[in-house]
Design a binder for this molecule. Structure first.
Ligand code: ADP
Ligand code: ADP
Ligand code: MG
Length: 655
């Protein structure tokens, strides 16, 4: 087994590779750009080497600097992760030439699959079904228009060197072809330095179904079943799941065999993914899937396969690169339950998925699901690299349970300082067609507004902001369920008023039984708000309780609820309790009970929140506290007294 590995990547994939290495006792070397000197992946590795300035072209894409770093650090091997240099055959060769182990397929296999046109030709020859279309050398515009007409519209123009959904144009009618071709070729030339394109039939009701393959250097090759990545926006994956909904055993066997054939045709070794497009207009059918491309690396969405197959694909990569045979034969691989992954991005889904940047002054990720994160609270998402924050992966016995688990986990994401897509992802997972497994690559675009976020805070968000600003229920006793003793102006009778002034309007609250009736700039809401300390709240409206977080820092209050973040700004820090909760100094019994103890004597000076008496009721002890600072002017209670609901026990007089 390898003893040391340099990870030529950053972000979540570098952190994830480092985790497996650590488990296997392999020393890890990170590389970093100036923008990443304090990044999570640097902290995740045993050592780290600076390779250049922030721009990827001057750091993570500098093969010679990375190889030099590996040699200097005494690393035996290089793992490229995904993106960057992972599918660069020249780099793979240079790594080998430097006497280092390349944790990836042979350069010949990378090359064979590198250009989509050549790969299609090769796959066709190997008997793998391909999408009908033109993938030859001829690039004359009129000739290609003729091909498109012959294929039949709609067609897809694709950059042969493309990746990440770039350089692709869907053309619905002949009249639009020339213009689409020109812009696709232009984008391809500027993004990939290669303007050549192919033209394909645009498959109807397209579903992206891909197969994970693995091969070793001893001639063994297996597939680890399929992943469905049909939930895409702009040809980029958003949600991925395994297995694919509606997959039949026949089609799974056909696809798995085709994928293994594809890998073997190019002498593949290591982890790879064969991507197919399926025509799902009549459901998934074994005769309606076509090869699109092969990604000769670990895929972003590999964790869903790890979950359902019970394997660690990075461990497999390390073992295969060390010369070991595949850990399992095909017959020993099976599917266990369902897994689904969501890509949490720093992006504004409402503003056309615009990438966002900024310092994550708060980042709390769920612990109920697997989280592969690339940044931590306090880190900055820069414009230099992919803005992915983390991948969240749920695994459950059924699809329904896995989707529900992931949506619930997304609801608890707390991110501030940078817009994230958690709310969008949760709504997408709960969309009727998604829940029913009716997924195709056009779903997100069609659903449009139904998935769009309302960026304005709801009345409940305002109410939570006010509650946090006013420190309502911030009493430690609340943690033990003792809501009665909260120092929050609570009254079982009458009206206690509180108000908070924010930029954008005031929130006024008064008690209505256990709930707060709130007037907010966004409208009224009556909610039961329970604070549990550390910013955590339970907010119930009309019997529906949900978890929320509201934290005050100086004049700013951040509210996190249902995967969304809102920031409020207090106009006057002293405008806390007005008309207040503390207008009355009366201490009353909130319910009938037995007085267990009295903690003050008449004439004592007390601070707001000091314990006046302890009442035992409903099998619990409740602290009754001074509603304001002052002197105990009246004390009408002694230990052992049985008191009625609302009985006046003491009066504090402000001094
Ligand atoms: P996957 O199927 O694994 O999502 P993609 O082709 O979408 O594969 O790309 C995976 C990752 O690789 C992306 O998230 C991105 O970080 C990186 N990547 C893809 N294409 C490029 C590119 N042209 N230049 C740099 N990075 C890229
Ligand atoms: P990339 O290298 O950018 O990942 P792909 O060839 O894998 O390029 O295509 C990206 C996405 O575009 C696919 O996941 C699929 O949603 C869509 N797509 C590609 N080819 C077709 C096709 N022939 N018909 C319909 N959709 C397609
Ligand atoms: Mg692809």
């Amino acid at each position: 087994m390898l003893r040391s590995v340099l990870i030529a990547n950053r972000g979540e994939i570098a952190v994830r590779i480092a985790a497996t290495c650590r488990r296997l006792g392999i020393r890890t070397v990170a590389v970093f750009s100036d923008a990443d000197a304090g990044a999570m992946h640097v902290a995740a590795c045993d050592e780290a080497v600076r390779i250049g300035p922030a721009a990827a072209a001057e750091s993570y894409l500098r093969g010679e600097a990375i190889i030099a770093a590996a040699l200097a650090a005494g690393a035996e091997a290089i793992h490229p992760g995904y993106g960057f240099l992972s599918e660069n055959a020249g780099f793979a060769e240079a790594v080998g030439a430097a006497g280092l182990v390349w944790i990836g397929p042979p350069s010949g296999a990378i090359r064979a699959m590198g250009l989509k046109d050549a790969a299609k030709a090769r796959m066709e020859a190997a008997g793998v079904p391909i999408v009908p279309g033109w993938h030859g050398a001829e690039q004359d515009a009129r000739f290609l228009a003729g091909c498109a007409a012959e294929i039949g519209f709609p067609v897809l123009i694709k950059a042969r060197a493309g990746g990440g959904g770039k350089g692709m144009r869907l053309v619905e009618r002949a009249a639009d072809f020339a213009e689409a071709l020109e812009s696709a070729a232009r984008e391809a030339a500027s993004s990939f330095g290669d303007g050549a394109v192919l033209v394909e039939k645009y498959v109807a009701t397209p579903r992206h179904v891909e197969v994970q393959v693995f091969a070793d250097a001893h001639g063994n090759a297996v597939h680890l079943f399929e992943r469905d990545c049909s939930l895409q926006r702009r040809h980029q994956k958003v949600i991925e799941e395994a297995p694919a909904p509606g997959m039949t055993p026949e089609m799974r066997a056909e696809m798995g065999a085709a994928a293994v054939r594809a890998a073997q045709a190019v002498g593949y070794v290591g982890a790879g993914t064969v991507e197919f497009i399926a025509d799902a207009s009549e459901g998934l059918r074994p005769d309606r899937f076509y090869f699109m491309e092969m990604n000769t690396r670990l895929q972003v969405e590999h964790p869903v396969t790890e979950a359902v197959c019970g394997v660690d694909l990075v461990e497999w990569q390390l073992r295969v690169a060390s010369g070991e045979p595949l850990p399992r034969a095909q017959a020993a691989l099976g599917l266990d339950g369902w897994a689904v992954e969501a890509r949490l991005y720093a992006e504004d889904a409402a503003a056309g998925f615009l990438p966002a940047t900024g310092r994550l002054r708060r980042l709390r990720l769920p612990s109920s699901v697997r989280v592969d994160a690339g940044v931590r609270e306090g880190d900055t998402v820069t414009p230099h690299y992919d803005p992915m924050i983390a991948k969240l992966i749920a695994h459950a016995p059924t699809r329904e349970a896995a989707f529900a688990q992931l949506a619930a986990a997304l609801d608890t994401v707390e991110a501030a300082g940078c817009v994230v897509n958690a709310g969008f992802l949760a709504r997408l997972l709960r969309h009727g067609d998604v829940a029913a497994g009716r997924v195709d690559t056009g779903l997100i675009a069609r659903a449009g507004a139904a998935l769009a976020d309302d960026p304005a805070p709801a009345p409940l968000d305002w109410a939570l902001a006010a509650a946090a600003a006013l420190d309502l229920g911030a009493c430690g006793d609340v943690q033990s369920g003792d809501v009665w003793s909260a120092r929050d102006g609570w009254r079982a009778w009458g009206r206690a008023l509180a108000a908070a002034e924010f930029d954008g309007g005031a929130v006024r609250l008064h008690r209505e039984g256990p709930a707060w009736a709130c007037e907010t700039p966004a409208g009224p809401v009556t909610a039961t708000l329970l604070a549990f300390g550390d910013g955590a709240w339970s907010a119930a409206v009309e019997g529906r309780a949900q978890r929320a977080t509201a934290v005050r820092e100086g004049l700013a209050v951040d509210v996190f609820r249902a995967g969304r973040a809102h920031r409020f700004r207090l106009t006057d820090p002293l405008a806390g309790f007005v008309e207040a909760a503390s207008a009355s100094g009366d201490v009353r019994a909130p319910m009938p009970g037995l007085v267990k103890a009295v903690h003050v004597a008449a004439g004592d000076a007390v601070a707001q929140g000091d314990r006046v008496a302890t009442l035992e009721a409903m099998k619990m002890e409740h602290a009754l506290r001074a509603p304001l600072a002052g002197v105990v002017a009246r004390l009408d209670v002694a230990p052992g007294d049985l008191v009625e609901d609302g009985a006046l026990l003491a009066t504090i007089e402000a001094v």
